[in-house]
Design a protein around this ligand. Sequence first.
Ligand code: UDP
Length: 302
Amino acid sequence: MGSHLCDRLLNEGHEVICVDNYYTGSKRNILHLLERPHFELIRHDITFPLYLEVDEIFNLACPASPQHYQHDPIQTTKTSVHGAINMLGLAKRLQARIFQASTSEVYGDPQVHPQQEGYWGYVNPIGVRSCYDEGKRCAETLFFDYRRQLGLEIKVARIFNTYGPRMDPGDGRVVSNFIVQALRNEPIVLYGDGEQTRSFCYVEDLIDGCIRLMASPRELCGPVNLGNPTEFTMVELADLVLELTGSSSRIERGPLPPDDPVRRRPDISLAQQELGWKPRIELRSGLQKTIAYFDELLSSGS
Ligand code: UDP
């Protein structure tokens, strides 16, 4: 998401300082920006303070793939919580508007469907996903307390499953896994019975929603769901990837990871009403673009 956001902001004429610790990010995704005069890159981990002069802050920091955020769960919580404190401190010093990339994971394994912003969620506080879920929930708390206590201008988006070009082939999330497995004609591994659902948003649509939220009136602080409301089972996703790649991969079953949410679909009425936003790119065409990206990447030997 970060590199797509940088592209979009630069194309709109902004100056961009991109901060990354490369825990999951890749320099390859911003190589094309390095020569742009209004682009600057800093290697930094936001669990440590950062002093810069900016007008706006987009905080997207934190690995989002279960495989990556569970690899070093303590660091995941620190990134969400200490990272939020540092970025909010920066925003406070500069009186800068600040955007938080929150997540549908704040709803946990939701008992209400589809998920509206008013739903408080159903979250295991001590499970393997908790470092991410509770870290992001605590970050939301911090954002709203900085607003209430200090009058900071905050924008909190709850981002649902997002995919697109520039994902890492080893990211571990379902869309990239299935595409990479299909392109290599290796078995596609469905966790559990594959009847669990997700709703996948193409990255360009998502960025558009984030930009609109950041530009919205001060009173609109969120949280606002951003995602694609069309829901698919993982079996349907696997079938679609097989069809679009023309792969000879067969489907295998693997164990369902603990606390894997059963159903997930955003209610995006708020974003539609307040931001005039809804996703435009259907899963089929988004997958075609993503498959083309991975096809080129894998055939170049990356
Ligand atoms: N999944 C799968 N095979 C994979 C990766 C994921 O069947 O290779 C399933 C996973 O169990 C979950 C869904 O796909 O039900 C989405 O998983 P992902 O890791 O992409 O993100 P999540 O929405 O769970 O954070």
